[in-house]
Ligand binder design. Structure first.
Ligand code: UDP
Ligand code: MG
Length: 317
């Protein structure tokens, strides 16, 4: 399905203590938007929407000044809620005004020219377009290494992620309405968005270094996000307890046989056979019981999320 109507774009940019980079990236973003409007890629009423994620520096003052120009809008969150929630706020605010949204970091590490490809994919019918990094050469070794391990771990845990996709993505209003059906408080967008469904596509771009300022992701924030990703989407850690319980149980049988043979051959010290056997057997039973409790907790956990069971794409009645 090709779309013919020119879409209204809201560019969603989360900012946390970004007074250093805002004035630098502003001109680049503004130029880009103006070119897109001039080329009739996007409609005239498109906007750049900054979300101030509870900054403690002059970020909001800068944003407020910018909104004198009709091309800009701003939303200020009451306190720092993290990039994920800042983006969500931007998406939900845009829902009433835009046809499409694209989220991008204010430091412009993600090449802003990816917008053209994203809109093209949208015009070709996609509701979600994932921005994917061509390479991570400009990221630090530590970041590349940990990211690689993280993707592998997530795959092992059965969480569906798009490789090398971060928070740069196009969402149509329809996709945002789908996202709005998810009631999660612990937000990990990269995990939820693939669950929305619809026609999706990918746009590739180069990843650069920060234009100015320092990263706003402390190691603590990064670890929290990584952990959120696993625990919000997978009950596999709980299932692993059951698995180990069963494994220990069978191992205990082996150990008991081994201990009995030792006793019969006269190698064992008095009492050793009983001790060995009971340690393994009891450990196995305990682990298995924990696993069974875990299975129930897993079910409760999934129920409490109240995630939508389906989102209807088309209805012919
Ligand atoms: N950010 C935010 N809230 C936070 C931390 C970061 O809104 O608590 C924003 C930040 O202003 C930037 C984007 O999220 O626009 C990505 O952050 P950053 O560039 O510091 O992360 P990195 O690229 O180093 O992973
Ligand atoms: Mg960055």
């Amino acid at each position: 399905m090709k779309r013919k109507k020119i879409p209204t774009l809201y560019l969603i940019i989360p900012c946390y203590n970004e007074e250093e980079v805002l004035p630098v990236s502003k001109d680049i973003i503004e130029d880009k938007m103006k070119t897109l409007i001039k080329n009739k890629t996007i409609k005239k009423d498109s906007k750049i929407l900054f979300i101030d994620d509870g900054s403690k520096d002059g970020t909001w003052d800068i944003i407020k000044k910018m909104t004198k120009n009709k091309l800009y809008s701003g939303v200020k969150l009451s306190r720092n809620r993290g990039q994920q929630n800042a983006i969500l706020a931007g998406l939900l605010v845009s829902k009433k005004h835009a046809d499409i949204t694209i989220s991008i970091d204010v430091d412009l590490q993600d090449d802003i020219n990816v917008i053209d490809d994203m809109v093209k994919e949208y015009n070709d019918g996609a509701e979600i377009v994932y921005g994917v990094r061509k390479s991570r050469k400009k990221d630090s070794f530590f970041k590349r290494f940990t990211a690689e391990i993280y993707y592998k771990l997530m795959k092992l845990m059965g969480v569906e992620l798009v490789f090398n996709h971060s928070e740069c993505r196009l969402l149509s209003i329809r996709a945002i309405e789908g996202l709005d059906e998810f009631d999660e408080v612990n937000l990990f967008l990269r995990g939820i968005i693939p669950q929305i469904g619809y026609k999706t596509s990918v746009a590739y771009y180069d990843r650069n270094t920060r234009l100015a300022g320092k990263t706003k992701y402390s190691v603590k924030k990064l670890l929290k996000l990584a952990f959120e990703g696993i625990t919000s989407f997978s009950v596999r850690p709980l299932k692993m307890i059951t698995f180990f319980g069963i494994l220990f149980f069978f191992m205990s049988i082996g150990i008991i046989i081994f201990a009995l043979i030792n006793k019969m051959l006269g190698y064992a010290v008095e009492g050793w056979t009983f001790l060995m056997g009971s340690i393994w057997l009891v450990a196995g039973i305990q682990m298995l019981s924990l696993g069974i409790i875990g299975e129930y907790i897993g079910k409760i956990y999934q129920e409490t999320k109240k995630r939508p069971r389906f989102i209807i794409e088309e209805e012919i009645i």
